[in-house]
Design a protein around this ligand. Structure first.
Ligand code: NAP
Length: 243
């Protein structure tokens, strides 16, 4: 049987690494990208290979427009095809509204919104019926329970329109596009033992952080056979912070 191929951006650590591990365990060959943690991406490739899978890692800066189509083309060149795109690479600068710089606003929009559009556009050229696009958004695109996150929330809310539009553009070809919206998730971006973590936990229905594996399980579902009728949807995996 032909092996299916997944591309996960920002796969060197955190949620992206958990998604890459999970999709590899599901039987996908996996390409991951990173910005600076090449050593960690290489270690994950080795780990997946040691478990009997196939993986490759590329450096690709999400803020660079041209790099997005390049990473898709490279994935297809090295792994032969593309069945699943997971747009996950992200950053989380925050702070008082009056201190947010133009450079920060531009970077957030480039990394979260523009890169996701360009990746999906390039991926769609290679995808066949049965393929899936899954973007990683944020619960902050739905509810913003703290100050200091306006620009981040704006950049992540763009992914709601992106995935709905993609669902309509690509539905006739049998390709799905969905959004997974994590709440507080225990990664280096937002450690569960950081100052402020208790406040985040208290805002959830379940009184807990999500694990990267919780987010990966939703991606695995959306990339799998069981979700072939799901498209244009947002799936919150947020311990109930938006309940
Ligand atoms: P993380 O632990 O900080 O990992 C971020 C990943 O993205 C790394 O692989 C990093 O590569 C890559 N990356 C960052 N900026 C990049 C850029 N400009 N170009 C290319 N790659 C870049 O973050 P995470 O918590 O796993 O977050 C993953 C996604 O989930 C993000 O989109 C984030 O906004 C979203 N999210 C996270 C939470 C949370 O509480 N953790 C909640 C909601 C949504 P390097 O390792 O090379 O730096």
């Amino acid at each position: 049987m032909t092996r299916r191929v997944a591309l996960v951006t920002g796969g060197s650590r955190g949620i992206g690494a958990a998604v890459a591990r999970r999709l590899a365990a599901d039987g996908f060959d996996v390409a991951i990208t990173y910005r600076s943690a090449g050593d960690r991406a290489a270690a994950l490739v080795k780990e997946i290979e040691a478990a009997g899978g196939r993986a490759v890692a590329f450096r690709a800066e999400a803020a660079e427009a041209r790099a997005q189509a390049e990473v898709v083309e490279r994935t297809v060149r090295e792994l032969g095809r593309l069945d699943v795109l997971v747009g996950n690479a992200g950053i989380a600068p925050y702070g008082p509204l009056e201190e947010v710089t133009l450079a920060e606003v531009d970077e957030l929009l480039a990394v979260h919104a523009r890169a996701s559009f360009l990746l999906a556009q390039a991926a769609a050229r290679h995808m066949r019926a049965g393929s899936s696009i899954v973007m990683i958004g944020s619960s902050l695109a739905d509810r913003v329970p703290y100050a200091g996150w306006t620009a981040y929330a704006m950049s992540k809310s763009a992914l709601i329109g992106l995935t709905k539009g993609l669902a309509r553009d690509l539905g006739p070809r049998g390709i799905t596009a969905n959004l997974v919206s994590p709440g507080s998730t225990d990664t280096e971006m937002n450690p569960a033992d950081s100052e402020g973590a208790e406040e985040e936990r208290a805002l959830t229905a379940l009184g807990r952080y999500c694990s990267p594996g919780d987010i990966a399980a939703a991606v695995s579902y959306l990339a799998g056979e069981g979700a072939r009728a799901v498209t244009g949807a947002t799936i919150p995996v947020d311990a109930g912070v938006t309940a």
